[in-house]
Design a protein around this ligand. Structure first.
Ligand code: PRP
Ligand code: ADE
Length: 223
């Protein structure tokens, strides 16, 4: 099986399920497909890398690496995409997983925290009240941190119930005011190497060019 298709300009667009024979650190970020739907959707979407068994495993390992020697009692994940990574991390560590949900989805007693996120809309996160106790060490997981509004609401819910944030894991923490504030205060892990961080902040990855090439070829073929 080839590890990708080459467009006219020779750029490699990695097939979703292929594991390249040689893959360096964070190789799986190149699996991310560009946003073709416009700004009403999250601008960078890592979900294609979850489809690749090796990419998903490597992503989880990378996120856990800084916490190897730390005490973690439980993983908490933020609705919705944070559930995927959070549950995978919990499973890998042999720990339990607690959901932090968006408004109106919990049928148990919860506390809520209002926030606004990258959309600018007012939202509410809700967390159950029967799990977190003083000193419980929680690894808080989400797919992405942009403005930091969502993550800071989740932190407030956990700390408000006496929990300790053992760490924060997200594929990317953008270098926004909120992102920097979170990084300064908590131990964080991400999958984005320093040299790629500017591309993530600008919401455009060099690897997207390979998809553009492929799309051009496909479009020309159908003409
Ligand atoms: O840092 P912020 O500006 O608060 O944005 C980050 C949040 O936005 C995304 O979720 P989103 O609510 O778009 O949708 P999801 O339900 O697909 O996870 C992401 O997974 C974070 O939860
Ligand atoms: N820029 C972004 N990319 C992916 N997911 C996001 N969630 C919020 N902002 C995002």
């Amino acid at each position: 099986m080839s590890s990708g298709s080459r467009g006219r300009e020779g750029r490699i667009n990695m097939e979703a399920l292929t594991i390249p024979p040689e893959h360096g650190k964070s190789w799986y970020l190149a699996l991310m497909a560009p946003n073709v739907k416009g700004p009403q959707y999250a601008w960078l979407d890592p979900s294609r890398l979850y489809c690749n068994q090796q990419a998903f495993m490597d992503c989880v390992e990378d996120l856990l690496q800084p916490f190897q020697n730390d005490t973690i009692d439980i993983i908490a994940g933020i609705d919705a995409m944070g559930f995927i990574l959070g549950a995978a991390i919990a499973n890998r560590l042999g720990k339990g997983f607690m959901t932090i949900r968006k408004e109106g989805h919990s049928c148990v007693e919860t506390k809520g925290k209002a926030y606004s996120d990258y959309t600018g809309r007012q939202k509410l996160l809700e967390m159950r009240t029967d799990v977190v106790k003083t000193g419980l060490r929680i690894l808080l997981v989400d797919q992405w941190i942009e403005t930091g509004g969502t993550m800071e609401a989740a932190i407030a819910l956990i700390e408000g119930q006496g929990g300790t944030i053992a760490g924060i894991a997200a594929i990317c923490i953008e270098e926004t005011k909120g992102g920097k504030r979170i990084k300064a205060k908590y131990k964080c892990s991400t999958c984005v190497p320093e040299h790629l961080q500017p591309q993530f902040n600008n919401k455009y990855l060099e690897t997207f060019k390979a998809f553009e090439t492929k799309n051009t070829v496909l479009k020309n073929k159908s003409e």
